[in-house]
Design a binder for this molecule. Sequence first.
Ligand SMILES: *Cc1c(COP(=O)(O)O)cnc(C)c1O
Length: 387
Amino acid sequence: MFKLAERIKQLPPYLFKEIDQKKKEIAAKGVDIIDLGIGDPDLPTPPNIIEAMVQAVREPANHHYPSYSGMEDFKIAIAKWYETRFSVKLDPASEVIALIGAKEGIANFSLAFLNPGDCALIPAPAYPVYNSGTHFAGGRPYVLPLYKENNFLPDLASIPNEIAHTATILWLNYPNNPTAAVADRHFFEDVVTFAHTYHIIVCNDLTYSEIAFDGYKPMSLLEIKGAKDIGIEFHSLSKTFNMTGWRIGFAVGNSDAINGLGAIKSNIDSGIFQAIQVAGVEALRAVEESSPAIRKIYTRRRDIMVSGLRDTGFTVSPSKATFYLWVPVPDPYTSVDFTTRLLEEAGVVVTPGNGFGDPGEGYIRLALTKDESRLIEAIERIKNIGI
Ligand SMILES: *Cc1c(COP(=O)(O)O)cnc(C)c1O
């Protein structure tokens, strides 16, 4: 056998292996599984975006290598959307870069700014790529635990001085996957002050900016005065437009940070198929046409699930944003025990909270990525087994 590189061996263990295996066994028995485990919208991509793509595919000019940093039209559309949505002005040439999905940009970013041994501040529970990207770059993660008593925000004041002084990158993600927490202006102001004090690059993952409910509008870190000196923001078209399979996203903000990421990317990939970027331009042009309907669907699903879970005896609050519910598991279960029980006895798949990092222990994450009738069925089954 070939020996794997240390960087792969040192990745945290994959916690879903046993659950994946069990899921297969149970599905093989013919059980009708309701999968609320994955954060992949069940809804289709809006038709205007598909139509733009179809036309762009037929255009021979789009069949060549795209530009590394993204088509000018796409970058202009991004800057325009940022100004309309967040009142933040961006220079499309130097402060915007197209990504093959936010995941790609997040993973590559550490290669541009971490030297081996450098410290990155990483929240937990969190989207796993902040951590794996740090590992691949040889960086050292310093964990910022997210607890309910802090509204799932990192406690910046608790970071020891010597850590803050040596840290290079701070990862943030609000609205948050998996906790569904949101951050307000006051928090982002503290972040900007902290980053200026310790000379840290702040990477805010704003993937869920348009999936928010009850009139709440998530803000951009870049709205804060001085944020562009220290910050970069990652976006995805995956969740906003039900485009997870298309692979398109972008990053915006500090031009040195954008430049560094571009230097890594131009040596690894060759950009995004232009037809997809043309579709991306159409998506951003019409965001206010597609998003309200999508938000309405998730709002109804959220309300159905929250009231169903409460009737069953769970303590759960309605998420202000994202299509997740972050639910405390009943005593005396661990996250994995309870996930296993839901799977074996109810045929319902959820994600154990500790899969996103140890501080996620005691929770499960439910994704509202199934239609209302399936959610109602899931609730019935959970009620039947009791908690
Ligand atoms: C889904 C998700 C991503 C990945 O987005 P892609 O553009 O599909 O790569 C990144 N960050 C968070 C927090 C996510 O939930």
